[in-house]
Design a protein around this ligand. Structure first.
Ligand code: BGC
Length: 917
């Protein structure tokens, strides 16, 4: 038997996903072994209709037979055509290079409801009469959220259940319970899509929640993206309706062989419940004294015309809990808790107080100098919870443990201490500090727990080095990613915005892929991006698109801005590069081509100077220009450069996918843009007429300079940094290129100096001043001027944290092979720099975990790497040309610049050399 371990069995990048609607889902696994040269020579996939069959090794759905080769990812199911509701148990048998074999444990996916006719449930909404009959309830308006409706349906079962599944969707957000227990752990389901184009449904296995006898399905409906505040608009109801509606279909297979289906219909009852109102931006008010009464029949409402589709990415979950690091009573009865970390989520509140006590929680990212909560930068987001205590009653039974994240949404009353525990349902905040008021006495020591929520993308990478500030900088990027990857990649989680800004997402995408496995997350979001494309081909600036109409005034269409709309090319391209995903390209190819063709139609000269939309330019560069829709030579240069990059990427993809004519066409488009660029902006000796750091960076990154002056261009960039007193001045678009381009152009020393500065403006300036996330702008707070204008000053925007990419790619040196997509063959090429004594990174690729761990002591360089089983790497050992290299048994096949080059098969290696940074 082989010593290989088979791990990370994934279907469409997900762990045991339920309810897929991908008809040929792709499977992958990883091989684990420290044995040098360990690799797969063949595999056999088995897919079965039952756990018993897979245990017996019967592939009654699909038996791939023995397939020769080392492929372990993106293997598309090719068995019996998949039908709705099918259970697919699968495993893989792998042969290694010695022909020994090993079989994996089994994994699962299930199919969702593939046909419209699979749904017998009907969409239901509350009878508005429930609001009229309840004197404390309020109806929703365009400016205020209403009292959420609760729904219920009782039914009884005479026999035990073999298997039961719930399929559920909503226009709005649902929380479901069966027998008083929460269905699933997802938060904010169904997640955000353009509801005019598609609506998600979710699938849950509820077998364990049903029992013979009386059963109750309970649901509560919140507003969320569907009818609540989204963005900075002054009205709610983005998709044209204030009415939330619900679709639930419970299907059970019973022990006696019969089937039961319970779907939403007019047999369901509705009422108002304890939530008085709840909105993402505004917060939630919850009166724990209220229980639903006065049930009325629910109303059947028209089904949406948009199709129901399965969610294909990790759901939003609670992924962590934080206890405060300090508590301060700043004025009598006003308590400020500091979580020590800027998070996205909410507070789990624990109080003991008489019935009717109104406890108020306000959330903020920072404190004012006098210690009060700073909320000005939230703009119109009130971010306020009010919890009205129920008061403990004799005989109360605790219904949830205080720390039980799984029980979220419960109000629990402990009979012993009289504690009430509350978490909000349909709101979230971006905050580090919490202000608690309304209690007569001091809060309990455990009154406040920070619950961290985000799309539960699995962690992938970790970086650390000898500089504590840099470690915190990397961590701040990870936190801003956690805080903003909430269903879609948002700009910020705190103010009245929280939109899927495309520029921010493309700038950070590669960094994000090192921190976490974001393949499923971005694959889902690309659907939103394409859904938002205009029939002409214009990609949006934000996705999902905000429907424009009476209730929404956009910024002149929110589409087509250079560096933002281009995410429509950059995101799929990056997913292909990092994960080797070809389907993402095949699915979005037409949309990508349409975008570039649209640009060309409007810019026949090869300069992108027309139809620039809001034209954000190098957003928040220094000095910054935040006017919209204005023109400048720098904005024209940036737009032209981004277009050139689009053309290069499409040419490369077309070559890769065998589209020869298109490859030529896009290559010619690139050459034309490049020529026009040089004619317009290039002076002799690599000088540009627009002299900003970003202008040089884009020219270098996108190959827009003649080879003969590239080095001079890079020197001018370095000069520009010198002119800025050794400081960076780039905005969102330039920043991710800054240190990578400096490094590749032979100026790693400048890149390290920029990294290690902590005076304003620099990456470490916020870190020095206590930042726990990446700030939106370099000058969000400065010693000299205090807080920047609160109209646009978030302390949790990831774009400027895109230096994370460089930490992995160039400091640790874990880098893609320029010729091959995915990390099955990759490069290990660190650029150790002065100022760091060691750097260590791990990164779980789709093929296994890579390690790069180097130390410097004087001129002595020692480097340990791990090349995962079934992969190989070109290893570049930093070394002076005239010195000896210990390549740990590998053959040095040549030298490239200051590197000795080897080719490594799987295994662990330690190299030593002499190197002077
Ligand atoms: C957002 C940004 C976004 C920008 C467009 C801002 O309001 O917060 O991150 O990219 O607008 O310029």
């Amino acid at each position: 038997m082989s010593d290989l371990r088979l791990t990370h069995l994934r279907c469409e990048y997900l762990v045991d996903p339920l309810g897929l609607d991908e008809r040929t889902p792709r499977l992958s696994w990883q091989l684990d072994s420290d044995r040098r040269g360990a690799r797969q020579t063949a595999y056999r996939l088995l897919v079965s209709s039952s756990a018993e069959r897979i245990a017996r090794g019967e592939g009654d759905r699909w038996d791939s037979g023995r397939v020769l080769g080392d492929q372990t990812a993106h293997i598309a199911y090719a068995g019996v055509p998949l039908r709705s509701r099918e259970n697919c148990f699968w495993c893989v048998e792998v042969w290694d290079e010695t022909d020994a074999s090993v079989r994996s444990a089994s994994a699962l996916w299930t199919m969702g409801l593939l046909e419209k006719t699979d749904w017998s449930a009907q969409w239901i909404a509350a009878d508005p009469e429930i609001i009229r009959r309840d004197r404390n309830a309020v109806a929703p308006t365009l400016t205020a959220s209403g009292t959420p409706a609760v729904f219920r349906r009782e039914f009884s079962l005479s026999v035990a259940v073999k298997r039961a599944t719930v399929y559920a969707s909503a226009r709005g957000l649902f929380e479901l319970k069966l027998g008083g227990r929460r269905v699933g752990e997802d938060i904010f389901a169904p997640e955000w899509t353009d509801y005019d184009k598609r609506i998600h449904y979710r699938t849950y296995d509820v077998t364990a929640l049903l029992a013979p006898g009386r059963n109750v399905l309970d649901a509560v409906l919140g507003d969320g993206w569907w009818s609540g505040y989204v963005g900075w608009q002054e009205t709610r109801s983005r998709y044209g309706s204030l009415e939330n509606s619900l679709l639930v279909q419970l299907e059970a297979e019973l022990a006696d062989g019969s089937h039961l289906t319970i779907g939403t219909d007019d047999a369901w009852q509705c009422a108002t419940g304890p939530i008085l109102h709840s909105d993402f931006m505004m917060g939630e008010t919850y009166d724990a004294r209220r229980t639903p009464t006065g049930w009325l029949p629910a109303r059947v409402v028209a089904a949406p015309t948009a199709p129901l589709v399965a969610q294909r990415s990790e759901p939003v979950r609670i992924t962590g809990e934080l206890a405060p690091v300090s508590l301060n009573e700043i004025r009598p009865g006003v308590w400020i808790f500091d979580l020590g970390q800027n998070i996205t989520g909410w507070v789990r509140l624990c109080v003991v107080a008489p019935a009717g006590t109104r406890v108020q929680l306000r959330h903020g990212e920072r404190l004012n100098p006098d210690g009060t909560l700073y909320t000005e930068n939230l703009r119109r987001a009130k971010a306020t919870e009010v919890y009205i205590c129920r008061g403990s009653a004799p005989g109360d039974v605790a219904t949830s443990p205080r720390s039980g994240a799984a029980k979220r949404g419960e109000v629990a009353v402990s009979p012993v201490a009289g504690e009430e525990i509350f978490e909000p349902h349909f709101t979230f905040h971006g905050f580090q500090f919490v202000e608690l008021t309304g209690l007569a006495g001091a809060p309990l020591p455990h009154a406040v727990t920070g619950c961290v929520i985000h799309s539960a993308t699995p962690p992938a990478g970790h970086f650390e080095c000898s500089h504590a500030g840099v470690n915190r900088l990397w961590l701040n990027g990870v936190w801003s990613q956690r805080d903003n990857f909430l269903s879609v990649p948002t700009d910020c989680p705190q103010r009245d915005e929280r939109l899927g800004w495309m520029g921010d997402a493309q700038v950070f995408c590669r960094t994000a892929s090192y921190n976490m496995d974001v393949a499923a997350f971005f694959s889902k979001w690309m659907i939103d991006v394409e859904d938002a494309q205009t029939p002409d081909g214009v990609f949006p600036d934000v996705a999902p698109r905000l429907r424009e109409g009476d209730n929404f005034t956009g910024l002149g269409g929110l589409g087509g801005a250079a560096g933002w709309a281009d995410a429509g090319i950059i995101i799929p391209y990056t997913l292909w590069r990092v994960y080797g995903d070809r389907r993402i390209i095949e699915r979005h190819w037409t949309a990508m081509v349409k975008w570039v063709d649209w640009i060309e139609r409007h810019n026949p000269s090869g300069l992108r100077v027309n139809e620039l939309g809001n034209n954000y330019g190098d957003w928040l560069c220094l000095p910054s220009d935040t006017t919209f829709g204005t023109h400048s030579p720098m904005k024209n240069l940036l737009a032209t450069a981004c277009w050139a990059d689009d053309a290069t990427k499409l040419a490369r993809l077309a070559r890769e996918f065998g589209r020869r004519a298109e490859a030529q066409r896009f290559q010619a488009m690139f050459e034309k843009i490049r020529g026009a660029f040089q004619k317009e902006w290039l002076l002799p000796h690599g000088q540009l007429t627009v002299e900003t750091q970003t202008a040089y960076l884009l020219a270098l990154a996108f190959d827009l300079l003649p080879e003969s002056v590239r080095a001079r261009g890079a020197e001018r960039l370095v000069d520009n940094i010198r002119v800025h007193g050794g400081h960076l001045s780039t905005g969102f678009i330039g920043i991710s290129h800054l240190n990578p381009q400096l490094t590749l152009a032979g100026h790693a020393d400048t890149a390290y100096r920029l990294l290690l500065r902590d005076d304003y403006p620099s990456w470490l300036y916020p870190v020095k001043h206590g930042a726990t996330t990446i700030w939106e702008r370099w000058n969000g707070w400065t010693h000299q001027d205090g807080f920047f204008n609160p109209q646009m000053n978030s302390f949790n925007h990831y774009s400027l944290g895109s230096v994370g990419e460089w930490l992995f790619r160039h400091v640790a040196g874990i880098e893609l092979d320029p010729e091959k997509a995915g990390f099955q063959h990759f490069m290990l090429r660190p650029f150790p720099g002065a100022g760091l004594d060691f750097a260590r990174a791990t990164y779980r690729t789709l093929y296994g975990e890579v390690l790069s761990d180097w130390q410097r002591a004087g001129e002595k360089f020692k480097w340990t790497v791990r090349v995962p089983a079934n992969t190989s790497a070109r290893v570049f050992i930093p070394s002076e040309s005239d010195t000896a290299v210990d390549a740990d048994g590998l053959t040095v096949i040549g030298r490239e610049g200051r590197f000795a080059v080897c080719e490594a098969s799987a295994g662990r290696y330690t190299f030593t050399s002499t190197f002077r940074p």
